[in-house]
Design a protein around this ligand. Sequence first.
Ligand code: E8B
Length: 232
Amino acid sequence: ILGGMEAAPHLRPYMASIQIDGKHLCGGFLLNEWWVLSAAHCVEDISPGSTVRVLLGAHSLSQPESSKHLYEVQSLFPHPDSHPDTIHHDILLIKLSEKATLGPAVQPLPYQREAGDVAGGTFCSVAGWGITTHSGRKPDRLQQVDLPIMDRAVCNQRIYHDNLITDKMICAESRKKDACRGDSGGPLVCNGVAQGIVTSGTRVCGNWKKPGIYTKISSYTDWIDSVLASAS
Ligand SMILES: CC(C)CC(=O)Nc1cccc(-c2cccc(CN)c2)c1
């Protein structure tokens, strides 16, 4: 997260750290006791031998916290139409190997099921353990930032993303404040509801000419329901 601040500890109890061999890779968030939502690009480069785990209940990645619990993963479901070299359908469902123990620091986050667009100018928030500087500084503790949504028609102008943004994506402004490497997969939360998932998009951070691109969750509710029904 660029241009943000340290989050209040455990006030975002849905936040997940997706870890490979004990190292933070991406964000994610808890849908219910068995399932976490994240971004497909997060798992595209995982070698067969490495182990994916999900850390819940954390504020600090390194310090012991009574609410922290590292969960094994039963299965990964990247969207079937996701692809390493496109930004479409960048969404991933993760089934935990055991039911997450809920508590004050571990809670699911409701997500938008109804079709429709968040109005341009609406302030939403993003949180994550992604880099906080352009030089790649990695925070130990969860960071957050508030960002205004950018209307899709504006975001598709040539000076911005030049018709790259589909109706399955959301744009948010990126001037100085932005999500960045390691924040992919985290939720874009508007009025307490997850509307989007952080995607790497053009892999640029903090440049107003390249607004942040978020997978629009309400475009994928049928897919989410079908995976949860098939794998539960
Ligand atoms: C998918 C990961 C395993 C690899 C990765 O994340 N790369 C990467 C590199 C540079 C910027 C970003 C990035 C993330 C989130 C938002 C944005 C856009 N502001 C960029 C992401």
